[in-house]
Write a protein that binds this ligand. Structure first.
Ligand code: ATP
Length: 331
């Protein structure tokens, strides 16, 4: 019987000297899905991906990828996987097409098949128009898509994507998301590491949260968000005297009684229909001529997840500098 899980890790251990980068890590990613691995810098995401993709030996536990035991048959695993990530491996001087043809040749496709595969992938990743331009002139999103394409030359069963959108602007991020969705529609299983809750939410059908080398939650995006709290509408009034009006306006659209913070000017509350709620609050306050300093939607961030699950903020400062990812900010 075929394994229902394309990636399965049980009690994985990886030490660097005294440091336990993986400390009994478990994960099970169902075939044909995107499985998110969410955690801040240093949580162990890259180590997990490197172990599962056979680039790094591990010290304990068991792992199977695409039905093959990682410790016993690493070469067979390598034949069934692809790996792409933050640092695009593509050559800047060559064109997109030349890059893909070069990779295909490295994978021992003959010239004719290499050309055909490159053309298919350019089509699949929406790079046909840019195919014959030098990669040096590509946008960040195009470069990552080309990187994804190059990891798909042999149509792997499982693709490991290590933070594929870090450093991209919202548009590039959206382009990569589209490409990932297309891959999964074609039957590939994707294990996606990310620091963005929103990214895991948009793409993954299940999310494992990793902290200090161990899975601390494994849930659907909705399950995770329900534990963490939903989207909130936030209003900041210019004059504290307007606070009661703001509270009333937010209360009309909120799921629970709105709260205000210690500044006496900020009101917030969870809402179900985020856009309708925001529009309604803005209209009400405008009708009443209330001076609004700021109004917006706040989505739960990785930091909120960590705070709720562990009782402390995510450890890495650089991963949590903002409560919104760039894509959210632009939404
Ligand atoms: P990032 O988002 O920065 O890639 P990560 O979640 O992928 O973070 P890892 O890179 O897997 O985290 O690192 C997990 C832990 O292991 C960190 O504390 C890191 O400092 C440590 N570590 C990683 N690689 C090594 C190494 N080669 N030698 C020593 N310690 C390491």
């Amino acid at each position: 019987m075929e394994d229902e899980f394309a990636v399965r890790a049980e009690g994985l251990e990886k030490r660097y000297g005294e440091k336990r980068a993986l400390a009994g890590f478990d994960l099970a990613a169902r075939r044909g899905t995107v499985h998110g691995l969410l955690g801040p810098n240093g949580a162990g995401k890259t180590t997990a991906v490197r172990v599962l993709s056979t680039l790094l030996r591990f010290d304990g536990g068991r792992a199977r990828v695409a039905g093959v035991d990682v410790a016993r048959e690493p070469a067979r695993v390598r034949g069934r996987i692809g790996l792409a990530g933050q640092y695009a491996a593509v050559d800047q001087v060559l064109t997109g097409r030349q890059n893909l043809e070069m990779f295909a040749r490295l994978f021992h496709l003959d010239r004719r098949r290499a050309r055909r595969r490159a053309a298919e992938l350019l089509e699949r990743f929406d790079l046909v128009e840019a195919a014959d331009r030098g990669v040096g002139g590509y946008s960040g999103g195009m470069r990552r898509r080309l990187d994804l394409a190059s990891s798909m030359i042999l149509a792997p069963d499982v693709l490991f994507l290590d933070e594929p959108t870090t450093g991209l602007d919202p548009r590039g991020r959206g382009e990569v998301w589209e490409a990932v969705r297309a891959l999964v529609a074609g039957g590939t299983t994707v294990l996606l590491t990310t620091q963005y809750l929103e990214e895991a939410d948009r793409l993954a059908s299940r999310i494992t949260v990793i902290d200090r080398g161990r899975a601390i939650a494994d849930d659907t995006p909705d399950g995770l968000k329900n534990r963490v709290g939903r989207d909130r509408v936030e209003v900041v009034v210019g004059d504290p005297a307007d606070l009661p009006a703001a509270l009333a306006a937010v209360a009309r659209v909120a799921d629970t009684v709105p709260e205000c913070d210690e500044t006496g000017r900020r009101v917030h509350a969870p809402v179900s229909d985020r856009v309708a709620a925001l529009t309604e609050v803005a209209r009400t306050l405008q009708d009443q001529r209330i001076g609004v300093e700021d109004i917006g939607l706040r989505r739960p961030s990785l930091d909120d997840v960590f705070l709720r699950l562990t009782g402390r903020p995510a450890e890495s400062a650089e991963s949590t500098g903002s409560t919104e990812s760039p894509a959210e900010a632009a939404a």
